[in-house]
Design a protein around this ligand. Structure first.
Ligand code: PLP
Length: 475
């Protein structure tokens, strides 16, 4: 790895030069905390440092990113331009309502789009991500149960669930009980029935699930949970696999979260903050966080704080507003037909890639998939290789690795989600790389075990890193 900027520091070296002061000094000054020991470097060194760092970053703008469950689709740049308009970007959350009518209208309309897409009644934009939405959604259900005088404290979570589901359930103060999957990868109805009780507050479900498979029993599952007095929570991270075709609200879900940074194309993590709006059916609307954006009879939009049963706020103001702007622009660009087409292409791409890879690795659930599918690297166990070795070797071949080791019900899982924004050629090149790795596993397993060979950082010592955690650079 190239030298860290701290290592380039030379005492007294500065990145600027100013002429001698020929006017009285101002009392205004920037306070640099000397004791933190900032590196002393020249301007070109600073520029090179950040430019080199930026080149080490791998993102969807530099290459294929088949990270299953995460829907790493292309983020259209026009949406970034729109969100950067000063009329949006420079708004202050404490501005008077009459000066932010356009922003409120945008949220009001976006809420309308999301209710139409999902079949829910209303949405809050406060949660900053999917996991945050899960917690908010469970708190809403809890408030609803409290309001009815019901004490329920169990959340059912399928064994194929994303790790945030049990985590959110535990954070909401509930006990987590796992529900088994059946041989087709869906919820095992008998196991579900055996776990329903008057203590069950909710079932959390992802559909299509993390195997990329649509649960055909979804209506029956919702009915069973409702019959037992529980609520059904939709983890919307996989909406890309059914958007425009099936509405979670129509299949019995009471609460949904969406990940605007997945289905609705806004950047993830490093590209900016996320947004996990939560939508509910009518009976849960009174509990939604404050404020809600409402419309007066004269057409004026306002922030409605007068909601006596609200759970309060789960985040400041109206959430990550600029993310909502990008998602709004995306939905308007796509239109209803475009959103259906998005799902069609995502499903087509996933099945094409699955077709290229069928017969290679192991396919534990061999069905037509939705937007993603899961392979297993267990056939490589005989060469003493693990899924990590395949993932690291992919980096050498210029691809970001798929999600690995998840869902937990598949040993050696490679969860692959190509998304709709990739070309046929990219899918073919990726399949070729995975097939090459499968061959290398047999002929040269050491090559995989020591990969990556040409990434900026070699394989880290994960055990060492866990045992001896160093969280900051210290000179
Ligand atoms: C991504 C994801 C989440 C969590 O969403 P974040 O926005 O990353 O917090 C939850 N469930 C599933 C299935 C996911 O893929």
């Amino acid at each position: 790895m190239s030298q860290l900027i701290f290592e380039k520091s030379k005492k007294g070296r500065v990145g600027f030069s100013l002429p001698e002061l020929d006017v009285p000094a101002s009392s205004f000054s920037f306070k640099v905390r000397e004791e933190i020991g900032l590196p002393e470097v020249s301007e070109p060194e600073v520029v090179r440092h950040f430019t080199l760092l930026s080149q080490k970053n791998y993102g969807v703008d530099t290459g294929f990113y088949p990270l299953g469950s995460c829907t790493m689709k292309y983020n259209p740049k026009v949406n970034e331009d729109l969100a950067a308009m000063p009329e949006f970007a420079l708004l202050h959350p404490e501005q008077p309502e009459k000066s932010v009518q356009g922003a409120l209208e945008l949220l009001y309309n976006l809420e309308g789009f999301l209710t139409e897409i999902t079949g829910m009644s209303r949405f809050t934009f406060q949660p900053a991500a999917g996991a945050h939405g899960e917690l908010a959604g469970l708190l809403l259900i809890r408030a609803y149960m409290d309001d009815r005088g019901e004490k329920r404290d169990i959340v059912l979570v399928p064994d194929s669930a994303h790790g945030t589901n049990p985590a959110s359930a535990a954070l909401s103060g509930c006990q987590v009980v796992e529900v088994k999957s059946n041989s087709r990868g869906g919820v095992d109805l008998e196991d579900l029935k055996s776990k329903l009780s008057p203590r069950v507050m909710a079932l959390m479900l992802t559909n299509p699930n993390t195997l990329g498979l649509f649960d055909e029993n979804i209506v029956e599952i919702s009915r069973l949970v409702h019959e037992a007095g529980g609520q059904v929570y939709y983890d919307g991270a996989n909406l890309n696999g059914m958007c425009g075709y099936v509405r979670p609200g129509d299949t019995g879900f009471d609460v949904v979260h969406l990940n605007l940074h997945k289905t609705f194309s806004t950047p993830h993590g490093g590209g900016g903050p996320g947004s996990g709006p939560v939508g509910v059916k009518e009976h849960l609307v009174p509990f939604l966080p404050v404020p809600m954006v409402d419309k007066k009879p004269d057409g004026q939009f306002f922030l409605n704080w007068d909601r006596p049963k609200t759970i309060g706020m789960v985040r400041s103001f109206l959430g990550n507003f600029l993310v909502a702007v990008k998602a709004y622009a995306y939905i308007l660009t796509m239109g209803g037909k475009g959103l259906k087409r998005m799902t069609e292409d995502a499903v087509l791409n996933a099945n094409y890639l699955l077709g290229l890879l069928r017969g290679h690795y192991l396919l534990p659930y061999d069905r037509i998939c939705k937007h993603e599918f899961v392979l297993s690297t267990t056939p490589l166990n005989k060469f003493n290789l693990k899924v990590t070795d395949v993932a690291k070797r992919l980096l050498d071949l210029g691809f970001h690795a798929p999600t690995i080791a998840f869902p937990l019900i598949v040993e050696g899982a490679l969860m692959i989600e190509p998304t709709e924004t990739e070309t046929k050629e990219t899918l073919e090149a990726f399949a070729k790389a995975l097939i090459q790795i499968e061959k290398e596993a047999e002929t040269n397993p050491e090559l995989l075990r020591e990969a990556p060979h040409n990434a900026p950082v070699r394989r880290i010592d994960e055990v060492g890193a866990n045992r001896n955690l160093v969280l900051r650079f210290k000179n």
